[in-house]
Design a protein around this ligand. Structure first.
Ligand code: AMP
Length: 190
């Protein structure tokens, strides 16, 4: 079984963070959550953290150049060449998707699959209100969902045109969703 290189797309609150941890463990690849990278930078008070905090609290997107730089640096490390990677929260814009394609090409690597973890807007809104994270104000949630439709949803077509997209139903209990993900990934692994 070759190393898994995948991206997971889905609205905030779709469960992609939780599922990504499990998928990465199951397939032995490195999990990169760009949201976690940014939250760690905020907690450490680095320059990046100071720049990112306001943007994140407002429910907006951190700039493409910053995000592409973070991922390009991380993805070039040996552990990812050897074991593969699951990108969670990246790409979120067309610019990021193009950049990712370039980074992988430079490394002589290709994506295995792009999973769309599909959960309807009404359900993710309810889940996010329930989780009560500090950046989960009602206004920020609405803005992030609108941004997702505007900036990230078009990537579904982008990946579909490259024959990489598989949509997985994200409704139901965690184990049921995980089993669907496992099957979807197995069907694509060389
Ligand atoms: P997440 O944990 O994936 O929901 O990310 C939390 C926040 O971090 C987002 O609302 C954005 O402000 C920021 N963020 C994470 N990943 C990206 C990305 N790829 N591009 C731009 N902003 C991002």
């Amino acid at each position: 079984m070759g190393a898994l290189r995948m991206v997971i797309l889905g609205r905030q609150g779709s469960g992609k963070g939780t599922q990504s941890v499990r998928v990465a463990e199951r397939f032995g690849c490195v999990h990169i959550s760009t949201g976690d990278v940014l939250r760690a930078a905020v907690a450490e008070g680095t320059d990046l953290g100071r720049q990112a905090q306001e943007v994140m609290d407002a429910g907006m997107l951190v700039g493409d150049d910053i995000m592409n730089g973070i991922v390009a640096q991380r993805i070039a490390k040996d552990d990812i060449s050897d074991d593969g990677v699951l990108l969670d929260g990246f790409p979120r814009t067309a610019d990021q998707a193009e950049a990712l394609e370039g980074m992988l090409a430079d490394l002589g690597q290709e994506l295995t699959v792009a999973i769309n973890l599909d959960v309807p807007v009404e359900e993710v809104t309810k889940r996010m209100m329930d989780r009560g994270r500090s950046d989960d104000t009602e206004e920020a949630i609405a803005r992030r969902l609108a941004l997702y439709e505007e900036q990230t949803a078009p990537l579904l077509d982008w990946f579909s045109q490259r024959d990489l997209l598989v949509t997985v139903d994200g409704l139901g209990d965690e184990q049921a969703v995980f089993t669907r993900l496992e099957e979807a990934i197995h069907s694509r692994l060389p």
